[in-house]
Ligand binder design. Structure first.
Ligand SMILES: Cc1cc2nc3c(=O)[nH]c(=O)nc-3n(C[C@H](O)[C@H](O)[C@H](O)COP(=O)(O)OP(=O)(O)OC[C@H]3O[C@@H](n4cnc5c(N)ncnc54)[C@H](O)[C@@H]3O)c2cc1C
Length: 448
């Protein structure tokens, strides 16, 4: 397993459970990849994902097998409230028919256009971008004021560049199958679904933050997980594979029947280049957006009215940040009593320079913006973190690129691709992709 992020850890853990002789090579000195939780002065800072969507059988199997259910925490009820910045003011995102009717986010015309979705023609062209998909189905206002900020929140991406079928596969599939997204949701409600303890609309984390998941997987793997071990090259031996591994100052080798590349696309491309140039080229075509997270702590009292998940900024607002999470309002125990922790997001596909700006500049931008938008004055403490290759951008042609990479790897038996760019960026999607690849490596592998 090359990569000890969620994908590599889960796939390794599942194979180990099946008594496969597995080694998870992780270049970094800690497990988890993008999942990174830090504790600072009584605050719990998430420098990667901060919540997991419920309703995922793969995630729930893990929670069960790792005995993590007692550690699970759910979002506070008020965190259902989410906001979008529109014309300089925060507006609540409608969550049902009544809140839609009362919402100031869409005009009457925009609301009617949204409700006409079941009567629009479809499906759209192959390789349609996300912005066109939402505009065609729900109207330009929904595309600009809801879909655009939503895309920032998930992909830190540009909706005009992302491929709808890759970035929102479920919505595109509903349209293809039922001729309407809303109508499709309505019909799909009655279809049997795997039984899960959590629902899709529930968001969860752990008492000590999301690090709990990679830490538990690392414990489960024991010395099969090798930290500080970078895979530098892969060579076919005829009967299997040899992976050259640099650990500390020394270079060693791992001999194996199968190699799973569970690392980001650029790293996978570098390892594949001598073996499958066509696969490497396809993977090099997957760009990654950088994101900087900037957390600020405030006295809670003056900010009490901001109770919810946080807010996102549509690109047409030309805000200097993508949005902010009200971290201490989402889960309990993220800040000391009487303190409000906010995390601003900068950068993304459209503004990579904002993420890469020096720390003091990021601090100034986020501070000033939160002061002018929320009246958040005089933060007490600040912490910043840059994720240079944060989120794969599933841009137009992504489906084709993944198919090309897989086809080129098909002639290399025992070589597998997995991870956020291949199976979906969310942590539960990575867990699902990890189970898929584990069953590919060891067929007959049974889930649960
Ligand atoms: C800021 C941010 C916020 C996010 N928010 C959410 C959220 O709220 N909810 C959610 O579900 N998801 C969220 N995500 C997405 C999710 O965290 C990631 O998509 C997911 O964790 C990726 O897991 P992975 O294992 O596929 O890849 P990674 O986590 O990138 O792991 C790959 C690993 O491979 C290692 N590696 C690379 N090259 C080599 C090599 N040659 N040899 C050995 N090891 C190597 C790397 O060091 C890394 O640890 C967020 C992501 C970011 C960045």
């Amino acid at each position: 397993m090359v990569g000890g992020g969620i994908t590599g850890l889960v796939a390794g853990f599942r194979l180990a459970q099946r008594s496969c002789d597995v080694a998870v090579l992780e270049a970094d000195d800690r497990p988890g990849g993008k999942v990174l939780t830090r504790e600072e002065a009584g605050y719990l800072l998430e420098w990667g994902p901060s919540s997991l969507q419920g309703g995922s059988p793969a995630l729930e199997r893990l929670l069960e097998d790792l005995r993590l259910w007692p550690e699970v925490v759910y979002t506070r009820p008020a965190a259902r409230r989410r906001y979008v910045l529109w014309r300089g003011r925060l507006r609540k995102i409608p969550t049902g028919p009544l809140s839609l009717a009362l919402s100031s986010l869409l005009s009457l015309r925009g609301k009617l256009r949204l409700l006409l979705e079941p009567f629009r023609d479809g499906p759209g062209p192959e390789g349609e971008d996300v912005r066109s998909f939402f505009a065609r189905r729900f109207g330009p206002q929904v595309a600009e004021r809801l879909a655009d900020p939503f895309v920032s929140g998930i992909y830190a991406g540009d909706p005009g560049l992302l491929e709808a079928a890759s970035a929102f596969p479920r919505l595109v599939a509903l349209e293809r199958r039922h001729g309407s997204v809303i109508g499709g949701f309505w019909k799909a409600r009655k279809e049997p679904r795997p039984e899960t303890r959590t629902r899709r609309r529930q968001l969860l984390s752990f008492r000590r933050g999301l690090r709990t998941l990679p830490e538990a997987l690392a414990r489960g793997l024991g010395d099969r997980l090798r930290l500080g071990a970078r895979a530098e090259a892969i060579r076919g031996t005829g009967a299997g594979w040899t992976v050259a591994v640099r650990r500390g100052g020394s270079l060693g080798e791992v001999l194996c029947d199968s190699v799973v590349l569970a690392c980001p696309a650029p790293a996978a491309a570098a390892l594949l280049a001598p073996l499958a140039p066509a696969a490497a080229e396809a993977l090099r075509g997957i760009p990654y957006a950088p994101v900087a997270l900037h957390a600020l702590s405030y006295p809670e009292e003056p900010l009490r009215r901001w109770d919810g998940f946080g807010f996102l900024c549509p690109s047409s607002e030309r805000a200097p940040i993508l949005g902010a999470l009200w971290s201490s309002r989402i889960f309990e125990g993220r800040a000391p009593a009487g303190r409000f922790l906010m995390t601003g997001f900068l950068g993304g596909a459209a503004h990579p320079d904002a993420a890469a700006a020096p720390g003091p500049e990021r601090d100034r931008v986020v501070r000033e913006f939160l002061a002018s938008t929320l009246g958040a004055e005089a933060p007490e403490q600040a912490w910043s973190h840059l994720v240079p290759e944060a989120i794969p951008q599933l841009t137009i042609g992504h489906t084709r690129r993944i198919a090309a990479a897989r086809a080129a790897c098909a002639s290399l038996p025992g070589l597998h691709l997995a991870g956020a760019y291949a199976g979906g960026v969310s942590v539960p999607s990575c867990a699902e992709d990890a189970e898929r690849v584990a069953s590919e490596v060891a067929p007959g592998y049974e889930l649960g």
